[in-house]
Design a protein around this ligand. Structure first.
Ligand SMILES: [Zn+2]
Length: 264
């Protein structure tokens, strides 16, 4: 039983390659909306409606809505509130590095309040950026800025995506300090490389030797985006979890925590 808490599956082709590669091991997949397709040389638009109607056709696919701060947050929140109410989405994602704002900025407050109200996670893309356009800035995606928001909204569940890679230790500090902050392991193994799996294994073990308590606050995720992208690994992430966590802990990483945060 595994829940993938971080994937980008928006069409049949990618869904099929994912299903084939995961070979029945993954039971539920969260697909995280992003309003453009960054893998296109000329990025094409992708609406939330498209993502929702595709996910409707799949029993194991659940949508995380993205908020684009270029447009009216108020209008987007009205729409998202209705989707939360009707259980069409299971969380909200924001992209600070790509959009030049900090998670601690005021613009995020009403979003955190809505997440609190519906008891659904607010996810921040954190750390390294996939930036073909050359416009993203790392200072915004540094996980340190989650701390302030988490402190002011202790009832809002916050997820630092990608363990904030490469800021693993910084992410660990914030997850350890704040009861309401969690993280996941997706996105870092971007080539089929045993070397990366081994190094990531060592790095996580190192982090957990300083912060053993946060082992309970980690979730499985792949960042799978299709075979034509560098993010096409599934088994490597399963192997990573098996390397780092005991059999008992694995249940929590693979599905229990995600069930609690997204589906309860
Ligand atoms: Zn992603």
């Amino acid at each position: 039983m595994i829940i993938d808490t971080h994937a980008h599956i928006f069409n049949e082709e990618v869904y099929q390659t994912y299903t084939k590669k995961s070979a029945g091991k993954i039971n539920r997949i969260l697909t995280l909306h992003f309003w453009i397709n960054l893998n296109d040389i000329q990025p094409t638009k992708r609406t939330l409606e498209e993502v929702l109607s595709f996910a409707e056709t799949k029993e194991d696919l659940f949508v995380i809505a993205a908020i684009n701060i270029t447009y009216s947050v108020k209008e987007q929140l009205e729409k998202i509130k209705a989707l939360l109410e009707n259980k069409k989405i299971v969380g909200i994602k924001m992209y600070p590095g790509y959009q030049h704002f900090y998670p601690s900025d005021e613009i995020v407050f009403p979003i955190a309040e809505l997440c609190e109200q519906y008891n659904k996670p607010l996810i921040f893309h954190s750390g390294d950026v996939f930036d073909r356009l050359g416009t993203a800035e790392l200072k915004y995606s540094h996980p340190i800025h989650v701390d302030s928001l988490a402190t002011h909204y202790p009832q809002c569940t916050i997820i630092i995506a990608h363990f904030g890679f490469p800021y693993l230790m910084e992410t660990a500090t914030i997850v350890n300090k704040n009861k309401n902050v969690f993280t996941e392991i997706s996105g870092t193994i971007d080539t089929p490389s045993q070397d990366i799996v081994d190094t990531y294994t060592k790095d996580l073990k190192r982090v957990f030797s300083y912060y053993p308590a946060i082992k309970q606050k980690i979730m499985f995720g792949t960042d799978y985006g299709g075979e034509h992208t560098p993010l096409n690994q599934i088994d490597s992430y399963i192997q990573l979890v098996e390397n780092v966590f005991s059999t008992e802990e694995q249940d929590n990483v693979f599905h229990k925590l995600a069930e609690k945060l997204f589906f309860s």
